[in-house]
Design a binder for this molecule. Structure first.
Ligand SMILES: *[C@@H]1O[C@H](CO)[C@@H](O)[C@H](O)[C@H]1NC(C)=O
Ligand SMILES: *[C@@H]1O[C@H](CO)[C@@H](O)[C@H](O)[C@H]1NC(C)=O
Length: 353
């Protein structure tokens, strides 16, 4: 602590201080990620599911034009966040055998596209449920202890930023698409059910030593091109019903964050929501240098994602950086960078020091 303070004294300007905090502090040694396709770096390539994106044109703007299993043309938000924290420019997928614990010691993604808080959501496309991601996290901690030694591993876990990003699929792939949950719960009850799972999950992370945690909000779901395509009555505008659900659910997650910060000694839990920034980008695309916000780049841009995006990819746009959305459900690399930058500034900055 004393050493760090001395180093900081050397930093005179604000900008230099920020740089120094990253360099001198090295306060966040790793980014550890749980969630859905918003943050899956390719785990689904290694499980039996159709919820995949490890083929062209996915990844065409990634390093080497490689389709990694990220649901975008390039990097996803967590890759940008890792870079902003002075770690590496991407967070590798835990199930990818081309990486090992030496890579995962500075960042690892347990996320699985098409999953949700609700076990019934992960069942829809046979992907990794959240509890399974936690099992892998426990196995990871064991490997980390072997690799770094118990004390250093424990210290790494305490200081690492744990990012949780999911929930959209619980509503769009499950509640509003399947018969089960909608007959059991009202939308509000279902939100409470999901928030309770989030609460239990954070308790478990805390029990495993996590202290820096970011609980992600859901995006303006009604503005995803897939939803706009089906909004016939509304002239293909954003579906306000789904945006309102997102706002209600985010409000519950935000309140949960406040509550848990009081309950769990030593925890630093932040709510980090992409809702406002993404809605602003969708409403005023030109301000951010985009030309198209209502349709996606891949294929016709109206409904394709996953294998459908692959098959019709000949029709894809030439320059994805002019588009807010890459496929009908996921944002482009450029949008991901904007979201990550916003989250780092507005929610995660406190973890830089
Ligand atoms: C991890 O993989 C790298 C190659 O990418 C190799 O050099 C290194 O020895 C491996 N480390 C462990 C701990 O397996
Ligand atoms: C989800 O499934 C796991 C494993 O079967 C179980 O332990 C957990 O309680 C389930 N979660 C909910 C909310 O039902």
């Amino acid at each position: 602590m004393e050493g760090l303070r001395k180093k900081l004294l050397l930093c005179t300007t604000l900008l230099l201080q920020l740089l120094c905090l990253v360099v001198a502090g090295g306060k966040v040694p790793a980014i550890i990620v749980f969630g859905d396709s918003s943050v899956d770096a390719g785990n689904n390539n290694f499980i039996e599911t159709v919820a995949r994106s490890n083929f062209q044109p996915y990844g065409r703007d990634f390093q080497g034009g490689k389709p990694t299993g990220r649901f975008s043309n390039g990097r996803i938000a967590t890759d940008f966040i890792s870079e902003a924290f002075g770690i590496k420019p991407y967070v590798p997928a835990y199930l990818d055998p081309s990486y090992n614990i030496s890579h995962f010691a500075t960042g690892v993604a347990f996320a699985s596209a098409a999953t949700g808080y609700d076990n019934a959501t992960s069942d829809v496309l046979s992907v990794m449920p959240l509890w399974k991601q936690l099992e892998y996290y426990k196995a990871y901690q064991k490997k980390l202890s072997t690799y770094l030694g118990e004390k250093k591993a424990h210290d790494t876990i305490t200081k690492s930023l744990h990012i949780i990003s999911l929930g959209t699929n619980d509503f769009l792939e499950n509640y509003y698409a399947m018969p089960g949950r909608a007959s059991q719960y009202t939308p509000s009850e279902y939100q409470n059910f999901l928030a309770k799972i989030a609460e239990n999950f954070i308790h478990k992370l805390y029990g495993l030593g996590a202290r820096k945690i970011s609980l992600g909000g859901v995006p303006p779901m009604g503005c995803l091109p897939l939803e706009r395509t089906t909004n016939f009555a509304g002239g293909n505008d954003c579906m306000s019903r789904y945006n309102n659900i997102a706002l209600e659910f985010n409000d519950k997650l935000n309140k949960l964050t406040t509550k848990l910060n009081k309950e769990l000694p030593g925890v630093r839990l932040v709510f980090s929501s992409p809702y406002d920034i993404l809605l602003n980008v969708v409403k005023k695309p030109a301000q951010y240098g985009f030309q198209v916000a209502s349709m996606a780049c891949c294929a016709t841009g109206m409904f394709e994602m996953g294998y459908a995006c692959s098959r019709a990819s000949l029709f894809s746009c030439m320059d994805a950086s002019k588009y807010v959305f890459w496929d009908s459900f996921h944002t482009t690399e450029k949008t991901n960078g904007i979201i990550a930058n916003y989250l780092v500034k507005n929610a995660l900055a406190q973890f830089l020091h």
